[in-house]
Design a protein around this ligand. Sequence first.
Ligand code: PLP
Length: 394
Amino acid sequence: MGADQLPDDPQQPATRAITAGREHSGHALAPALWASSVWQSTGLADANRRATGTRSEEFYGRIANPTVSSFENAVAALEGAESSLAFASGMGAISTVVLALCSAGDHIVAQRQLYSATLAFLQGPCARFGIEVSYVDGTEPGSFAAAIRPGRTMLVIAETPSNPLLELIDLDELGALRGPIKLVDSTFATPLGQQPLAHGVDLSLHSATKGIAGHNDATLGVISGSRELLDSIWSYSVLHGATPSPFDALNALRGIRTLAVRTTQQTASALHIAETLSRHRGVAAVHYPGLHTHPQHDLAKRQMNHFGTVLTIDLAGGQPAAERVLANLRLVRVATSLGGPETIVCHARTTTHVSLTDAEAAGQGVGPGLLRISVGLEDCADLLADLTQALSPT
Ligand SMILES: *Cc1c(COP(=O)(O)O)cnc(C)c1O
């Protein structure tokens, strides 16, 4: 198992993305799709062993699946983790972790700027189940520590870079917190962009729907951490039932094979587009951790191996300007996701952040002219030509 060899594994991450997750496929170079949801046992004792084991292979699909295990092992190898656990979606991962670790009367400290469905889960179901959540500006040094209630705070939730303004959380500061479990949603960075566990964070989480699968053909989530913590989350997870589809795990494992080359090109294009649009008259602000003007650019250089495939621009002309740009784009498509081969743009205020009140949106910096751009794999010059013609139509 790739993950078990990690301490003296000399391979670079791009190589590990190729070598990891090859169990369960025999001598086939491509991963095998195990569609079966049930396996035969050899008799009573064997069935009993599998029924009472932890994450027993070849027993029942909700417990474990060989294709999913291969995907999990590949992610663990990239995250530098003892273990990974996959889910039916990123939200399946987040909701399972929260409900596995927190009970009525417990307390969570969460970053204010979070993926909108994560925020909705904390504000809705968590409140309903008596789990209290305090929100902090995670970019403010000491803010997480100050909000922790010793003995009551079970979980600290951070997201870096954050959606949609690409604010960063200092992973060293987060990892140094004592008491609660520290969870980082690392989706926007991909497992090659940063490794939260190396900074002392307990759980690194990805919506693998995004850059990991990378082709808009899988809906999947994954967490990574110590085997002990993951085994305990797994024992709740089999009851929660956000079980990943083996087919989606297969697509995501195939995505991992090309993750390094994809993110290399996408981040290079994202930086070039960010720099060029920073000089455009119609653009009031560009948010991208790779820009010198990003308030946390030094932190980005310290904790990130690349600056990510997503940038956000704020149009001087507000929503009418955003509407015009979306209508004028020819190559860039209007869609709400990130990390795929197609460059896509979404207007945050009317889609991902539509459920916020105006005051909440303003508090999060989600103005009417904000566009999130997920940079794909098209030629960068073609992308720039399309974006600039849409920003300044003739
Ligand atoms: C998409 C996303 C999620 C949710 O993942 P799903 O696979 O859509 O459930 C969580 N966090 C971040 C940062 C995301 O981009």
